[in-house]
Design a protein around this ligand. Structure first.
Ligand SMILES: Nc1ncnc2c1ncn2[C@@H]1O[C@H](COP(=O)(O)OP(=O)(O)OP(=O)(O)O)[C@@H](O)[C@H]1O
Length: 553
């Protein structure tokens, strides 16, 4: 049903044309059956046989067309819907509050957006054939009813008994599919760990043996569950097929015994029942794909719910925009954010914070590890929503619907920022500013700009950080936020950063808010803010290394 819920949004709307095609294909399927059955009655009539052969060949041709159209149309729709879902998930991840997307985790998000949607896509052809098979079975049963109602009752009776017998199997298969899904998640987490820590594992045999043992245990658990699934599926498949043979035998042995049906009708009924073998087996065989797709759909919906956001729609034309670019001050008024921690323990609160940052100033945020500096920065960026208090621009609170405009003020290099070649956020690259930045950051002998991308990002850690700074500055935002940017730089370049680059940025009117531990350069700031156990205090600046904390004004 989760699969249905997911596909209903788009792919399964306005189903009538598809249904019609499916019924048409099933009707042509039936025409094949009736032409063969009629031929059985006219074996000694060459003219009649010739006519029926033409009907059979024509029906085959038309069936091929109708079935082809139906499958193509259904597949096109379902694949289009899956393509929308893939991007939709990314949109939701972008629209969700950062703590929500962090709680879901990138590995779960990419698992769902990648292999699990892949599973859904792979199941699509089988699901389409199964849908058509149901129509073919129903029409065959209708035809059977025109031959003998007792035959239909016999078939339905056996199908009901078979259904009861395999019902338990179906439930177990669904449960096992869930368990397999979890076991696969556990194994992929272990594999990820090993692949991400290859160097550390190579250097420590105990570590590598333990990690491998853990992965092996997960692989073994997965093997066991998969084997159980295989055994249960073989039970399910054989009982289903046996049910079908029983229904066939019921017509041949039971029908003449309990009714006065003539031999020709029994033969025709038997043949009609045999004709539904293929669709029945198709449905039975495609069930594992269906369960896997259902599990993937459930997982997708769960991630969507955890993200708790609807994809942002493009802004309507004429809707009012908030322009904060001319701001004079940014700040916070009693803003508070609390990391919930695991199982209610280990929570950490930053705030309430009152803060004012003047446009064009250089602000340093300092403090011990774990004091709350990054959290404070995320709050100021509007990435961690203030649970109490508010963000301020020119002393006025930023309303929720203006948050995107507010965030547009900032370019950021996080301490763990990922640098990619593409400069998606850059404004303009043809006025020489990019080259000037590469020069200033001493990167022009390593990297150039090609189109809207760096020629390479295969660089050392410190060089990648410099490139991240170039990319951030190319966004030409009025505020630059840096989280321990200089930590990866050599003493020479660190000095250059504090003594040349920061003053140059200031001269260009850029407001800089930098988290830093570089106490030798604290004097480079106009304002130094000290974070201590989630609280914020202003330290004297410039020039004073801030041993004494004084309350924020
Ligand atoms: N995602 C998170 N979930 C739960 N708690 C968190 C999370 N991130 C941080 N914390 C908690 O918040 C506290 C502050 O973390 P934060 O990253 O803001 O510190 P920081 O001052 O930037 O530290 P550092 O100098 O080590 O980078 C930490 O002590 C940690 O316990």
């Amino acid at each position: 049903m989760d699969l249905w819920r997911l596909l209903r949004r788009d792919a399964l709307r306005n189903l009538q044309p598809l249904m019609l095609l499916a019924v048409l294909a099933a009707a042509l399927n039936l025409a094949l059956l009736t032409s063969l059955n009629d031929a059985l009655l006219l074996l000694d009539d060459p003219n009649g046989l010739q006519r029926l052969l033409i009907i059979f060949l024509l029906s085959s041709f038309l069936w091929r067309l109708a079935q082809g159209w139906m499958m193509n149309a259904a597949s096109k729709r379902l694949q289009a819907a899956l393509a929308v879902l893939r991007v939709d998930l990314l949109r939701r991840a972008l629209a969700a509050d950062l703590p929500d997307s962090m709680a879901v985790g990138t590995s779960r998000l990419s698992q769902v957006a990648g292999p699990e949607l892949q599973l859904l896509a792979q199941a699509v052809p089988t699901l389409v054939i199964s849908f058509q098979s149901v129509a073919a079975i129903l029409l065959c049963l209708l035809y059977l009813a025109t031959l003998s109602q007792a035959a239909v009752l016999i078939v339905l009776g056996f199908l009901a008994v078979g259904g009861i017998l395999i019902g338990r199997s179906v439930i177990r298969l669904e449960t096992l599919s869930e368990t397999i899904h979890e076991a696969e998640g556990a194994l992929s987490e272990r594999s990820d760990h090993i692949l991400r820590t290859l160097r550390e594992c190579k250097l420590n045999r105990r570590r590598s043996a333990n990690a491998l043992a853990d992965a092996t245990a997960c692989a073994e658990a997965l093997r066991r569950e998969r084997h159980k699934f295989g055994a249960e599926y073989s039970h399910y498949f054989t009982v289903s097929e046996l049910t079908y043979y029983m229904a066939l035998a019921g017509i041949i042995f039971l029908l003449p015994a309990i009714t006065t049906t003539d031999v020709a009708t029994v033969v025709l009924a038997g043949h009609a029942a045999a004709f539904i073998a293929y669709p029945v087996i198709t449905i039975v065989a495609s069930y594992p794909s269906y369960i896997a797709a259902e599990t993937a759909a459930r997982s997708f919906l769960a991630v969507e719910a955890d993200l708790g956001a609807t994809p942002q729609l493009p802004r309507r034309k004429g809707a009012p925009t908030v322009d904060y670019t001319g701001f004079a001050t940014l700040g916070m008024d009693g803003a508070t954010f609390r990391h919930a921690g695991r199982d209610g323990s280990g929570s950490f609160t930053v705030g309430p914070v009152d803060l004012t940052v003047e446009r064009g100033s250089t602000v340093f945020i300092t403090g011990h590890n774990g004091a709350g500096k990054s959290t404070l920065v995320h709050m100021l960026l509007g990435l961690y929503p203030a649970q109490r208090g508010s963000l301020l621009v020119d002393g006025a609170p930023v309303p929720a619907d203006a948050l995107a405009s507010y965030r547009d003020l900032f370019a950021v290099v996080f301490s763990d920022s990922d640098i990619t070649r593409q400069l998606y956020g850059a404004v303009s690259l043809d006025d020489g500013f990019a080259e000037e930045l590469l020069d200033r950051l001493e990167m022009s002998d390593k990297v150039a700009i090609d189109g809207r991308a760096f020629t390479t990002v295969e660089l050392s850690q410190g060089q990648r950080k410099r490139l991240a700074l170039v990319a951030a500055l190319l966004e030409r935002k009025p505020v630059l936020v840096l989280d321990e940017w200089a930590a990866d730089q050599s003493p020479y370049f660190r000095r250059k950063f504090y003594r040349e680059i920061l003053p140059w940025l200031k001269a260009r009117g850029i407001t800089v808010i930098a988290v830093t531990h570089d106490d030798a350069y604290f004097d480079a700031a106009d304002v130094q803010l000290q974070v201590e156990r989630g609280g914020l205090r202003r330290a004297d600046a410039p020039g004073v290394p801030a041993p004494d904390l004084i309350p924020a004004p």
